[in-house]
Design a protein around this ligand. Structure first.
Ligand SMILES: Nc1ncnc2c1ncn2[C@@H]1O[C@H](COP(=O)(O)OP(=O)(O)OP(=O)(O)O)[C@@H](O)[C@H]1O
Length: 348
């Protein structure tokens, strides 16, 4: 299924009647507090540059007020930027005329919301076909497509139920089925799972990961939960006060937090369950030694396998069984220990 990247470039959002007037000042270093105190404007986003790869899940993470919702709303232009671009297939969404924007929203993007945003007087099926109805798709065709997705998200048998007859998790499944029925390339998920109980939330993460293996949508997923970000994100961008403080894979962020803010975020993460052996392996020198460990093995499993086999060295192999690096138990254990602060690591 076709899918395309999103490129956010030099994006600024300054809320207030004369936002444009302050872009230069913000570019030159004026902070959120000063902008607010002196000029009564709110800095929403500052110089955001994020490449959101096609067919991947990009998670945007940050505490409340960091700018996550403001950012995701620029992608389908529910918010206009003060400066900058949001490119999709080389076209700036921020410059589309009304008709192109309408087409883009209807056909290229679908949103899944935290509060489900289901229509209460419509059944599961009627909610799911809603987007296609707006697009004017023939009823028989839209029902067929909707029923397929209702089944895929595990709601077969509930087609005629109304939202208030469903649990939160089930309502979120309807939200997902509705988004997928639109057959859009871009899936925008704004804190989609944040209101769910932890077990249901894990369940929904699994549903998304399972579907994504096949669908390869360009997913933008907003969350304030690091575990969720690490589980879902092929790439993670962390925002603070409207700025990107770090972006990269979960592995990169957990292993090399960019500053003390990120270090505080990743402190509680069980690195043994997140970091893969290939992230910390060294280049092969000579013949591969010890056990072969498939790339993608997490450190905890690698350590257990090696201690179980009473060996200290191993080599990492790719999907074809080709050796790609070497690793030893000491390195693995060192990498499993949480770093102290960013400054400590710099000094070490
Ligand atoms: N319409 C608006 N007018 C003025 N300020 C706004 C507006 N929308 C957002 N903001 C401000 O922009 C900043 C970023 O808000 P945003 O809602 O994007 O953060 P968030 O990370 O999504 O937070 P949360 O997790 O609480 O939803 C905040 O300081 C917020 O108060």
């Amino acid at each position: 299924m076709a899918s395309h990247a999103i490129e956010v470039k030099n994006l600024y959002k300054i809320f207030g009647p004369r936002g444009e007037d302050y872009v230069e000042a913000v570019r030159n270093g004026m902070g959120k507090a000063e902008l607010n105190e002196k000029h009564g404007h709110v800095l929403g986003l500052k110089d955001i540059n994020i490449h959101m790869p096609a067919g991947c899940v990009t998670v945007v993470m940050g505490l409340s007020g960091s700018g996550k919702s403001t950012l995701i709303r620029h992608i389908n232009r529910l918010i206009d930027p003060t400066a900058g671009e949001v490119l999709y297939d080389g076209v700036d969404v921020c410059k589309m005329n009304d008709s192109d924007l309408r087409q883009f929203r209807r056909h290229k993007t679908a949103m899944v919301f935290q509060k489900f945003a289901l229509l209460p007087h419509r059944t599961v099926l009627e909610n799911t076909v809603y987007g296609l109805e707006i697009q004017g798709v023939d009823r028989r065709e839209s029902e067929k497509r909707a029923l397929g997705w209702i089944d895929r998200v595990g709601l077969s048998g509930f087609e005629k139920h109304y939202p208030n007859q469903l649990s939160g998790g089930m309502q979120q499944r309807v939200g997902l089925a509705r988004a997928l029925t639109n057959n859009a390339d871009i899936l925008l998920m704004d804190e989609a799972y944040s209101a769910l109980d932890p077990l249901i939330r894990m369940d929904m993460q699994s549903v998304l990961l399972e579907l994504q293996k096949e669908l390869k949508k360009t997913v933008v997923f907003i969350t304030h939960d690091l575990d969720e970000a690490l589980r879902l994100g092929d790439k993670i961008a962390i925002l603070r006060d409207g700025c990107v403080v770090q972006q990269g894979t979960g592995q990169e962020i957990v292993l090399s937090p960019a500053d003390d803010y990120i270090t505080a975020f990743v402190k509680e993460v069980n690195r043994g369950r997140v970091v893969h052996v290939e992230t910390i392996m060294r280049p092969l020198s000579g013949n591969p030694e010890g056990l072969p460990l498939p790339a993608g093995t997490v450190l905890e499993v690698a350590a257990r396998t090696m201690t179980g086999a009473h060996i200290n060295t191993a080599h990492v192999v790719d999907a074809n069984g080709r050796p790609i690096g070497a690793i030893d138990l000491q390195t693995i254990i060192a990498a499993m220990v949480t770093p102290t602060s960013h400054a400590d690591r710099q000094a070490a």
